[in-house]
Design a binder for this molecule. Structure first.
Ligand code: ADP
Length: 547
């Protein structure tokens, strides 16, 4: 490799050094797509309809109200809130002030919520009415929160034991014509915590620059492929890694935005999909399992819905196939994590694949997590840190790097990346010659049997395709002879009759015999606060199964 000779100085560029600021996304949408609607379900209130122009004004009012409550740049301001237009406004109001929005996942355990709030140290907490009992219960343990605001209007407002102020009353007192400060593009904007499946939750502090670049990249035709004709409904939670950046990518592209609040059941989603003309949605697989079930039960069709991005855990191939073949909906799998703000890769077709035929495209899109995107570099390395061949077979630790990848956790003493800036994701993956990446497991979930590795994701994917199976979970259970052996836990659709021997016979058609689970258990499959299969709980529950 040749290294270019270093010159003493580079020639300064002569373009404007305008910082990338999150508020400019909403300002742009208000100017260029001002009449495009933002529609939101709410708790105990009718559906709210506004526009990007109104949302920009309301964000100004919210920012004014926060300043009146004492907010300053650099402060953390916490939210415990669903997918609503009020939470959406706060994404812009808080960050537009140069403060940091700490979106707390309300599905976490009490101790984790308290840990996060005491670690982030917000003074103000804004919450949806649903969470009043939670906030009242935990308030005595919150060391820094002194002001509570309920995200509601006067008609449903409750002061509660915490003396909560009413959000709409606060907004009404503000004119919203704010002069937004200029904020450094490298300043913190969102503080999102990982769910802490191992140890305490860790804070990832997104900068304005990371969020804006991510928003620009995720709308591209090689990714979500947004146009101003799209109607986007984020079903990934606004409190979890900013709902995959959809609250930014939608306004940047002038897409109508539909916010389902907490109602992610099949019937409620279908109602919005039909009434609002939703063309694009995204969320974890469990939501779309419920949605498919609803379509099947009612015989309904998914209206204008064209594209679904699904990620957070592996998309069952059977689900993607069903969406396409029965309903004409294209599933795009994504992989990412809180630490990648969160989009890493997305599975979209390429001409090289198309040349191999439609089946090759389906196969790649349904069974791979996604392909390389500009802005996030990937490496798959072996135990010695050497790159493994890009053959779609050789697996290793997945490392990532780029402008929206974490450098250091909030308040951590050292960087989370190596000297070259690579972050170890904790996932095991393969890369192929087309640039497609496949996750075979999380490092801690891979099953080690007799010196060989078994991918729990592969086994789950095959088992869940069996008729009547709703969720399939595979975990490694300690075994006296083989170190670990797979156990299959099946949750079936209500009323479905599934027998273990038939599922195993079906699996045996697709995998080597030694990979077959030794036992099958029929049980409800527990999920984590971010909608993933809770393997820790399963491993604990069945720890003695093979001893
Ligand atoms: P949590 O707090 O639940 O860990 P994250 O969103 O940060 O939340 O989780 C990221 C992890 O989720 C990834 O490291 C990976 O293991 C898993 N994941 C995300 N998307 C996929 C996918 N499409 N297929 C398989 N695993 C995925």
């Amino acid at each position: 490799m040749t290294t270019p000779a270093t010159s003493p100085a580079t020639l300064p560029g002569l373009m404007q050094p305008a910082p990338l600021q999150i508020i400019d996304i909403l300002r742009f949408a208000a100017t260029a797509h001002g009449s495009v609607e933002v529609v939101s379900r709410l708790i105990d209130e009718p559906i709210a309809r506004s526009t990007y122009a109104e949302e920009f004004r309301r964000a100004g009012q919210a920012a004014g109200a926060l300043v009146r409550l004492g907010a300053r740049s650099g402060d953390r301001i916490a939210s415990l809130a669903w997918n609503t237009h009020r939470h959406f406004e706060l994404f812009y109001a808080v960050t537009g002030l140069g403060a940091v929005l700490n979106t707390v996942n309300p599905r976490l355990f009490d101790e984790q919520i308290v840990f996060i709030l005491n670690h982030a140290e917000p003074d103000i907490l804004l919450f949806d009415k649903t969470f009043l009992p939670l906030v009242e219960r935990l308030a005595p343990q919150m060391k820094t929160v002194t002001k509570f605001v309920m995200l509601c209007d006067r008609t449903v407002h409750e002061v509660g034991a915490v003396g909560a102020l009413c959000y709409e009353d606060l907004l009404e007192a503000e004119h919203g014509d704010l002069t937004w400060p200029v904020v450094d593009e490298n300043a913190g904007a969102f503080l999102c915590y990982t769910s802490g499946t191992t140890g305490d939750p860790k804070g990832v502090l997104y900068s304005h620059r990371a969020v804006v670049l991510h928003a620009m990249a995720s709308g591209l035709s090689s990714a979500f492929g947004f146009t101003a004709f799209d109607v986007v409904m984020p079903c990934s939670s606004l409190f979890h890694a900013t709902a995959w950046g959809l609250p930014f990518a939608a306004p940047i592209n002038g897409c109508k935005l539909v916010l389902p609040c907490e109602r992610m059941d099949g019937a409620s989603l279908q109602e919005l999909i039909l009434s609002e003309g939703v063309t694009f949605s995204g969320g974890v697989p469990t939501i779309w399992t419920m949605y498919l079930e609803h379509l099947e039960r009612t015989g309904q069709a998914p209206g204008q819905l064209k594209r679904l991005v699904i990620g957070g855990s592996a998309v069952p191939r059977a689900m993607a196939e069903k969406f396409k073949k029965t309903h004409g909906v294209q599933v795009l799998q994504i992989w990412g994590m809180t630490e990648t703000a969160p989009l890493g890769v997305i599975a979209t077709p390429t001409p090289a694949l198309a040349a191999l035929g439609e089946e090759a495209i389906d196969e790649a899109i349904w069974t791979r997590q996604g392909r390389l995107q500009f802005g996030i570099e990937l490496r798959v390395v072996d135990d010695q840190g050497n790159d493994v061949p890009r053959d779609g077979e050789s697996s290793g630790a997945l490392l990532v790097r780029g402008p929206w990848t974490i450098r250091r956790y909030f308040r951590a003493p050292a960087d989370a990346v190596n000297a070259e800036g690579w972050f170890d994701t904790g996932d095991i993956a393969t890369l192929d010659q087309f640039g497609f990446m496949r996750i075979t497991d999380r490092k801690k979930d891979v099953i080690k049997s007799g010196g060989e590795w078994i991918s729990s994701i592969d086994l789950e994917n095959i088992a869940v395709a069996y008729p009547g199976v709703k969720i399939a979970a595979v975990v490694g259970i300690p075994h006296p002879k083989w170190e670990e052996r797979p156990l299959l836990v099946l949750e079936t659709h209500p009323g479905a009759e599934v027998d273990a021997a038939s599922v195993l016979a079906h699996m045996a058609e697709h995998i080597a015999k030694w990979q077959l689970p030794d036992q099958v258990v029929f049980d409800a499959v527990p999920l984590t606060a971010t909608g993933k299969i809770d393997k820790k709980t399963l491993r604990r529950a069945y720890a003695d199964r093979y001893s």
